[in-house]
Design a protein around this ligand. Structure first.
Ligand code: SF4
Length: 460
């Protein structure tokens, strides 16, 4: 399908071909789903909301509940205030959420709807029942990406709920609370981050937390608001944390800063804990904040190290191309380097100049092609010029993998053509083991396929 991609790379400034990102409201909707009994609300046209819901469903294989202002031509010209007022009224009378998280779209941003003013008007008209919450994030899709939309919604929830708590005295039996902004990761990753942090003896407030929402168990009954998600009470108690760990500079930094500004809880911005180095730094920070590294956690790490040693001969010197969301790509690049691989092409579609400097820092003198705000057309051209042994990225990489006959490991978001990925974490030591096994399987499957008979080994 990509046989017409030319080898020669030409500079393009006004055209993206197969961008390595999607639009802001998808990330905002996913973040909002991580609040318990929250209904995401898309202030724009029905088509946007349908696309965002269905795209999330394609990855998580779960139904996604969200409301929309259902703009028509009239709202597009005269503004969407009547639609949002009527929408809020309908949502609270029909679906009874505790929280409505409004995000904007290209259209409502372009016409300039003032959401705080409209929400104020809804309160004046008593459309928002006592004890219910409505907050909003601005998510224009012509800037940023789904990661930026996720970050904007996380920041908005911190700004809305976090308050300074002056009486933070704990009884001697109370656990120390740490807040975690987990980044744009799967529900299983959020569950794994919580397990690791709670395993050190800390109390964890994770915001958002889509575990139990986007991987809710099949019970035979449709539950509109599943059990999972960060509760309003937890969000209002963010101020009790001794620190907020923002995992991923792009997805979580601004939210951690917002908690610091609103609730005077110090922030720590860390890499997404994918791979051994980033997980070590995460665990060290938990230890610094009062957690205890147990023998079992040390054993988990030890098993990963053992596997890395056992497989180093297969990874050593192998070239890899990595693309996707910036926090994922940087963490994967570091992990690939630690395995002995050479990441020769590293690309993200999300803006942020820090990406290039961080990738260069990780790779040092071996740094190859690195691009921010890149597209998959460019990645394909790079691979044609310098072939790789392995491709790491989301589902959209399958076209390049097929065109160039490269082993391909799906990691990140979205994964639309395989199932079960959302149930197994890639973060932490256990996640790194799983990722490593997928990578080594892909490499050895290829070796078996290409081996001539006398080199086709039983034991590898
Ligand atoms: S890019 Fe804009 S118009 Fe298109 S789906 Fe996203 S929000 Fe809607």
């Amino acid at each position: 399908m990509l046989k017409h991609t030319p080898n020669e790379v030409t500079e393009r400034s006004a055209l993206r071909i197969n961008p390595a990102k999607t639009c802001q409201p998808i990330g905002a909707m996913y973040a909002a789903l991580g609040i318990h009994r929250c209904l995401p609300y898309s202030h724009g046209s029905q088509g946007c909301c349908s696309y965002h819901r269905s795209h999330l469903t394609r990855h998580f294989k779960e139904p996604v509940m969200a409301a929309t202002s259902s703009f028509t031509e009239g709202a597009s010209v005269f503004g969407g205030q009547p639609n949002l007022l009527q929408g809020l009224n309908t949502v609270f009378t029909t679906y009874n959420p505790d929280v409505v998280a409004v995000h904007t779209t290209c259209l409502s941003e372009t016409i300039g709807d003032d959401i705080p003013q409209i929400v104020g008007e809804a309160k004046r008209q008593e459309l928002i029942p006592e004890g219910k919450h409505v907050f909003h994030a601005s998510t224009p899709s012509y800037v940023g990406s789904h990661v930026v939309g996720f970050a904007n919604m996380c920041t908005a929830m911190a700004n809305y709920f976090a308050v300074e708590i002056k009486d933070t005295k704990r009884k001697s039996t109370d656990k120390v609370q740490v807040n975690i902004a987990p980044g744009f990761v799967d529900p299983s990753d959020m569950r794994e981050l919580r397990r690791l942090a709670e395993g050190t003896g800390l109390k964890v407030t994770m915001f958002p937390d889509t575990s139990g929402v986007m991987d809710a168990p099949q019970t035979g009954q449709h539950i509109f608001y599943p059990e999972g998600g960060t509760t309003v009470e937890e969000l209002q108690n963010l101020g009790r944390g001794v620190a907020t760990l923002g995992l991923g500079w792009w997805a979580s930094r601004e939210a951690a800063i917002a908690v610091e500004k609103k609730a005077y809880v110090p922030r720590e911005i860390l890499d997404l804990p994918i791979g051994i180095g980033a997980t070590d730094r995460f665990m060290a920070k938990l230890q610094f904040r009062g957690g205890e590294l147990t023998h079992e956690l040390e054993n988990e790490r030890g098993r990963l190290v053992d596997l890395m040693v056992d497989t180093q001969q297969h990874f050593h010197g192998k070239k890899v191309a990595i693309f996707g969301d910036p926090d994922h790509v940087l963490a994967l690049t570091e992990f690939a380097r630690d395995l002995g691989m050479i990441p020769v092409h590293v690309l993200t579609g999300t803006p942020g100049k820090r990406f290039v400097s961080e990738a260069e820092r990780i790779l040092g003198p071996k740094a190859g092609n690195i691009k921010v705000e890149g597209d998959l057309f460019t990645l394909h051209q790079w691979i044609k010029a310098e072939p790789v042994d392995l491709l790491l990225g989301n589902t959209y990489g399958k076209y390049i993998a097929r065109a160039e006959d490269i082993p391909f490991v799906r990691v990140g978001w979205p994964i639309l053509d395989r199932v079960g990925h959302g149930l197994m974490p890639t973060v932490g030591y256990t996640g790194a083991v799983r990722l490593l096994v997928k990578m080594i399987d892909a490499l050895l499957d290829r070796r078996d396929r290409d081996s001539v008979d006398h080199e086709f080994e039983l034991v590898l």
